[in-house]
Write a protein that binds this ligand. Sequence first.
Ligand code: GLC
Length: 543
Amino acid sequence: MKDPLWYKNAIFYEVYVRAFFDSNGDGHGDLRGLAQKLDYLQALGIDCLWLLPIYPSPLKDDGYDIADYYSVLETYGSLEDLKFLIEEAHARDMRLITDLVLNHTSDQHPWFQAARSDRASPYRDYYVWSDTDQKYQEARIIFIDTEKSNWTWDAHAGQFYWHRFYASQPDLNFDTPAVQEEMLNVVRFWLDMGIDGFRADAVPYLFERTGTNCENLPETHAYLKRLRQFIDAHYPGRILLCEANQWPVDVRPYFGDGDEFQMGFHFPVMPRIYMALKKESKEDLVWILDRTPPIPDSCQWAIFLRNHDELTLEMVTEEERQWMWRQYAPQDRMRLNLGIRRRLAPLLDNDRRKIELANSLLFTLPGSAIIYYGDEIGMGDNIELPDRNGVRTPMQWDSGANAGFSSAPPQRLYTPVNSIAPFGPQQVNVADQRHDPGSLWNTLRRMIALRKANLVLGWGDFAWAESHSPAVAAYWRTYQREQMLILNNLSHQAQSVTLNIAADAARVFTDVFSGDAWHPSEDNELQIAMQPYQFLWLKRGEG
Ligand code: GLC
């Protein structure tokens, strides 16, 4: 647990506590339930859990609307239960981070209630008020399917208040010094509890300034640096993971000189993994990685295939977005805001080869991988459910009642188990896949173990390798004297690739999965025939 740079080569698991395991039969997953499943996560090879918000909330945005920063949602358990979970995780050498929502609270938060009912309240300035709804017109609307404006009129307050997300989530006013202090108190409280850091939600939007789009402002970076200094001074080794759905050049400043965030999501690489698979071409991946600036050595990208939100298409062109919708969301109800509300397995036609290939990219492109709960067994989605709920259905543990998630009567579950074929619990569940050595779960477990055993994948530089085939994404990862050559055949057809190998290092390439070896020819060419959707992780030197 001592390595301060542990996150460079860690496997993260994003877990929605409500959906994971219900320990008390009330139909909602809870912290005790999650604690009971830590052995499962350890067996998969998970190093760090990321918990979606666990705080008291009216749940208009599944907990991202916080009503109390210092407690745990009743159905999830108590602070004692959280402490127990942290201890159990640490006992397994696993870490745990939680969501930190700085930008906004719930409209039910006592601060907002006080602010709206009295202009003289010390909490009035905790939020952003205006007599008109014409300020900050350059700021885009994020939840375009539900919100018409970032301003909402509040009759009690007699003014408009500012919100970048749902109207039930008023933005905090970071120009108010007390707000800045309050948030440091929140951070202190949870770090004292023993958590290992935060996934900081929606950080680009902390400040508002006339004449700007109110994103990524210098004031925002200054505050985030202050937050980092506070953590480094009192809680060294704890991490901050940045959620900024932005282009890499705009995310780059969130790493600062290694003095802001340790980690940041790489949003735009994600849709391009799906583009690459559908077009059977690496070109979009090349394009985005060429536009990804280097980051300080102590920092790391976080990459992912899916998460709890819609598959966001904010970081693609309008034309690409239309194309992605046509390809991956042919039905209207599969779309939400600027994205696609589906899970990994259905998006990839439930085709094992494509799902494993996508995971090969996840584990070998630069960054640490985050797995979304349920994707390790290929769970499906339920597009009949509203908003993003269709990708937040109960974890499918076995083929029994309620998929083994809860002992409650089915009608009491927070949401129905997804029973839509071929993704119902009969076909997709943990118990069956753990038994079956050839299952997706067991394949991913092996991939995770190999990713972790090869530090070069977490630490190494990245460089494209010329494969002479646009359908094969081939790249070198290099760290000190270690080198790996990664080949991903994005095509449904076999491909033969020829790579030029520098003559100055080991002349054997070992497949870390099978132990098979390849040798370049006399004139330093490596020739490999690849099966459809095959991937190879080749280690330079003996395996
Ligand atoms: C982030 C979360 C999303 C939430 C939003 C508002 O984008 O990922 O689930 O709705 O912030 O808090």
